[in-house]
Design a protein around this ligand. Structure first.
Ligand SMILES: Nc1ncnc2c1ncn2[C@@H]1O[C@H](COP(=O)(O)OP(=O)(O)O)[C@@H](O)[C@H]1O
Ligand SMILES: [Mg+2]
Length: 312
């Protein structure tokens, strides 16, 4: 006999919480929802989309909690970080809340660089002086300015080097108490986009190409945020970089006690661009709340669900 929890009939099987947001407009059009839901259904698992903002939820009552689409966190960062900290000891969180908190600040790129992972060259600026200096010394014709915590290209712009608008965006980011990242613009993003690779349980599942998002002088390409996603095949040097980045992240998680020494992370997504010397470099390692773009590979949602079910 099932019991009724709110509007969801709990069939009594293992229960998985997929953490989302109460701001449902933000998750409309979640590209992963349909394939994910049917794969979980096929596995006989009750899965519940639960907003992180709901203080009445008993997260420990779920067999597994997967942070999936809490996409309003950049606007409520302090509150969301506290939410994660309060759940750092819960063993039913995959990926762990502490790893997610670490991953929401792109200072992690510097930690990966120390471990010999090739990352997009980045200067971090914590005040206006550092910002000006970084912009003055940017070596490429165009420069990227963005915050250490972001999603969906928020406060992210591309500028001609020397443009006063680049400084203005940096000042706006500092005013939100966020560190500014200054990077050379990788021209390859305009011609061939970036390549994202999804890893479940330590194995590469699939890759996709994401078209360019940024237009000129801080504007979005075409004036709106539009992700064009297509299937992609990883080059050999890109595959090595993905595996190296994943292994460095896993090592960090183990060293800090966020992962058992023989365990794997449930998921990771590694976004790579090619620099102007054609070498691949990591733009982002996403261990928090990435879209997986299951639609580029028919078996991929099943691989995610299999990895989740192995943790029950
Ligand atoms: N150094 C860079 N070179 C080229 N394009 C970039 C660079 N940094 C960011 N972009 C563009 O801006 C987009 C958003 O930046 P990203 O670092 O992926 O942040 P987020 O996805 O967290 O908003 C990327 O998908 C890419 O199109
Ligand atoms: Mg990105």
């Amino acid at each position: 006999m099932g019991t009724v929890l709110g509007e969801v009939t709990d069939i009594g099987s293992p229960r998985i919480a997929l953490v989302t947001t109460a701001e449902t407009a933000m998750v409309h059009g979640d590209p992963d929802r349909e394939l994910q839901d049917s794969a979980f259904l096929g596995a006989g698992v009750s899965c519940h989309y639960v907003p992180w903002e709901d203080a009445s939820v008993d997260w420990e009552s779920f067999d597994l909690v997967i942070v999936r689409s809490p996409w309003n966190y950049p606007k409520r960062l302090a509150e969301f970080m506290q939410w994660l900290r309060d759940r750092s000891a819960l063993a039913n969180f995959h990926n762990s809340a502490s790893l997610i908190a670490w991953n929401l600040d792109k200072h992690y790129l510097a930690e990966l660089a120390i471990r010999d992972v090739a990352v997009v060259p980045t200067t971090y600026a914590d005040d206006a002086d550092e910002l000006e200096r970084a912009l003055d010394t940017n070596p490429s014709a165009m420069v990227i300015v963005k915050p250490v915590t972001s999603a969906g290209s928020r406060l992210t712009g591309r500028f001609v080097t020397g443009s006063p608008a680049a400084l203005n965006l940096g000042v706006q980011i500092l005013a939100e108490n966020l560190t500014v990242m200054i990077q050379p613009f990788a021209e390859s993003v305009d011609s061939s986009g970036e390549i994202g690779t999804v890893v479940f349980d330590g194995s590469i599942s699939h890759s996709f190409r994401k078209g360019p998002l940024l237009g000129d002088e801080g504007q979005l390409k075409g004036g709106e945020y539009r992700e064009v996603i297509t299937p992609a095949v990883l080059a050999e040097d890109e595959r090595s970089l993905v595996l190296q980045a994943h292994s460095a992240v896993r090592q960090i998680a183990i060293e800090r006690g966020w992962l058992g020494s023989s365990d794997e992370l449930l998921y990771g997504r590694y976004d790579i661009v090619r620099l102007d010397d054609d070498t691949p470099a990591l733009l982002e390692a996403e261990l928090a709340e990435p879209s997986f773009f299951f639609e580029v590979d028919p078996g991929s949602a099943q691989r995610f669900v299999d990895a989740a079910v192995r943790r029950l």
